[in-house]
Design a protein around this ligand. Structure first.
Ligand SMILES: *Cc1c(COP(=O)(O)O)cnc(C)c1O
Length: 385
């Protein structure tokens, strides 16, 4: 299939037009072999040796994700965390890295513990401020800038193009966790990023039935070669069945992301005037601090993630989550079913999430049902001060 002529929706729905040479099947088989036959002359003419390093089960999903991001190459990992940590592990002890204060909690936690013990100099900054990025960069010493946009769970925006320029001028690479934006809404590589990371667990798969991660690079290079070795040698490799399921989920990515974005916009607008809600955090709202940047950096919507700050504090927020019937009380995001979560209690001490914040992952249910369920779960209007 000509990847230049067709729209991304078309490329992804047909998994780049792949057809099995041997059987003419239009969906790939699941390759499960852990090892490959060596030729009598002791060579591996197939190019495959052992499935920890390399597995044909990954080929099509990697090709689709790479095409979506406009990259040079994509690699699947056993989880989003395995993908993200591979990038940091490809650096050397002593290297200085910048990461956002507001970011996916488990990765922030890993950076401040394991990565720091291993010798990385991790500095957490306000990544929404170009001036703060500029001031924190140490030319020659800073090797990587890590960005998440919109960032969990406040949906803070970071200017990818400006950050890429600043990072490159200081000799650093820029990596973007684009899990929440998805390649449907944001194209980090085209904006100048060097590496894109996805928790494929979330929107790329979209059905809350597997854990997977992906990295895409704009170009080959030393760091990328180390990332490849880390996957093969540390063994954070995805299972064949998960890779197959991921490709199946990917085919409907655009439909799911557009539906979730449209509904999230409606929900954000609906509750932004509700007196029982203190604040609605959503990049698609004109009053949101990152809205102008979101408009220029994201296309086709502002994503399916938003947060509500419930008037009345922590207990009021926890009570709202307890009363929902349709929204499922669960962590994670990007699935077809809507999830609600009291974020501060899962993140714990040091979280930037206000204690009255509920994180919402909007699915593809009818938006009126989602609004009605939140409406009945919020406290009665008479109880409001
Ligand atoms: C879930 C998530 C991760 C981690 O992915 P796992 O597949 O759970 O390891 C990283 N970044 C973001 C933004 C996420 O939502």
């Amino acid at each position: 299939m000509d990847t230049r002529k067709n729209h991304p929706e078309t490329l992804v729905a047909q998994a780049l037009g792949w057809v099995d040479d041997a059987t003419r099947a239009i969906t790939p088989p699941i390759h499960v072999s852990s090892t490959y036959l060596r030729d009598p002359d002791n060579q591996y003419r197939s190019g495959r040796v052992y499935a920890r390093a390399d597995n044909p089960a990954f080929d099509q999903a990697e090709a689709v994700i790479n095409a979506l991001e406009g990259g040079h190459q994509a690699l699947l990992f056993a989880s989003g965390m395995a993908a993200a940590t591979a990038v940091f592990q490809a650096l050397a002890p002593g290297d200085h890295v910048l990461a956002p204060k507001v970011m996916y909690w488990s990765l922030r936690n890993w950076l401040m513990t394991f990565a720091t013990h291993w010798g990385l100099q991790v500095e957490l900054i306000d990544m929404s401020s170009p001036a703060a990025v500029q001031a924190a960069l140490r030319p020659g010493k800073t090797k990587l800038v890590w960005v998440e946009t919109p960032a969990n769970p406040l949906w803070t925006l970071t200017d990818i193009a400006a950050t890429a320029q600043a990072a490159h001028a200081a000799g650093a690479l820029l990596a973007v966790d684009s899990t929440v934006a998805t390649p449907v809404l944001t194209q980090p590589l085209a904006l100048g990023a060097d590496i894109v990371m996805h928790a494929a667990t979330k929107y790329l798969n979209g059905h809350s039935d597997l854990i997977a991660g992906a990295l895409v690079t704009r170009a080959d290079g030393e760091l990328w070669q180390r990332v490849r070795k880390i996957r093969a040698q540390l063994g954070g490799t995805l299972g064949s069945f998960e890779a197959w399921l991921l490709l199946r989920g990917l085919r409907t990515l655009h439909l799911r992301v557009h539906a979730a974005s449209a509904s999230a916009q409606r929900i954000a607008e609906h509750f932004s005037t509700d007196p029982r809600v203190l604040d609605v955090l959503y990049p698609g709202l004109p009053g949101f601090p990152g809205h102008a940047l979101a408009r220029s950096q994201m296309q086709g919507g502002f994503g399916g993630m938003l947060s509500l700050r419930v008037r009345g504090g922590e207990q009021a927020a926890v009570d709202v989550a307890a009363r929902t019937r349709l929204w499922k009380r669960a962590t994670s995001l990007g699935g077809v079913e809507s999830l609600i979560e009291h974020r501060a209690s899962i993140e714990g001490v040091g979280t930037p999430a206000p204690s009255d914040l509920l994180r919402l992952s909007v699915g593809i249910e009818h938006v009126d049902d989602l609004i009605a369920d939140l409406d009945q779960a919020l406290p009665a209007a008479t109880a409001v001060d």
